[in-house]
Design a protein around this ligand. Structure first.
Ligand code: DX5
Ligand code: ZN
Length: 224
């Protein structure tokens, strides 16, 4: 069973008030998020459009929290120049988004960002094995990407165990993120399955007390 005490929470602003992003960022900070998760939806790789490079740039200026950008976009390579000077963050691209993901991950590293690879629910764990030398993070979607607030697919636990086994087999030091559907009620099981980072959005913004929501998740993971 995985160590449960060192996991981190990455707060996504997607379920926050997009007309009041500054306040959404401050909610993440007050709640004690370890990092910010910025979801870019392009209306092509996923059916929705969220926000783009200017919001990423402003968010990185506004908050001291480390950030990760989850690019749910087709042709992720085109986004690298758009993101130049946007700040220091982990850039996460989808393994399904391009046929040249390995090369794009190498470019991301060369530009000085951390690189992560994300996978949709239908994508088998083995799809990321050849990419492990080029990433510091694997993001497992808990449901089909594009919308916050959906329920976690049960299959996610087994997939997390499978990715953890691949990471151990290959000697990779990549961390595992589970993104989508994370709530206080399933967080412990996800960390036990091997998740290092949990993304939380509606579990915080739709909570009766957002400032306390992440503490509640931490208590549940600790078994308190
Ligand atoms: C979904 C995004 C997720 C989402 C998580 O397309 O990639 O990061 O914001 O939202 P919740 O926590 O509400 O499932
Ligand atoms: Zn995301």
């Amino acid at each position: 069973m995985a160590e449960t005490s060192s996991f981190k929470i990455s707060a996504s602003i997607l379920a926050g008030d997009l007309l009041n992003l500054g306040e959404a960022i401050r909610t993440c900070e007050r709640a004690g998020a370890d990092m910010l998760h910025l979801d870019i939806c392009d209306g092509h790789f996923v059916p929705t459009i969220s926000f783009g490079e200017e919001v990423v740039r402003r968010t990185c200026q506004e908050s001291k929290l480390p950030a990760e950008v989850h690019l749910m976009v087709s042709r992720p390579g085109d986004w690298l120049s758009r993101m130049a000077d946007g700040g220091q963050f982990r850039m996460i691209i989808h393994v399904e988004a391009d046929t040249r993901v390995m090369g794009i991950l190498q470019l991301i590293e060369r530009e000085g960002w951390k690189a992560g690879v994300a996978m949709n629910p239908e994508t088998p764990a083995t799809a990321v094995e050849p990419l492990l030398p080029y990433v510091d993070n694997v993001l497992i979607m808990g449901y089909a990407p594009g919308f916050a607030g959906q329920p976690l697919l049960d299959y996610t636990y087994i997939k997390t165990e499978d990715v953890r086994a691949l990471i151990e087999k290959t000697g990779s030091s990549a961390t595992i993120t589970v993104d989508g559907g994370v709530k206080a009620g399933n967080a412990r099981q996800l960390v036990e399955a091997g998740a290092d980072i949990l993304v939380v959005s509606s579990g915080m913004f739709s909570h009766e007390n957002p400032d306390e929501s992440l503490n509640e998740i931490r208590r549940m993971v600790a078994g308190e």
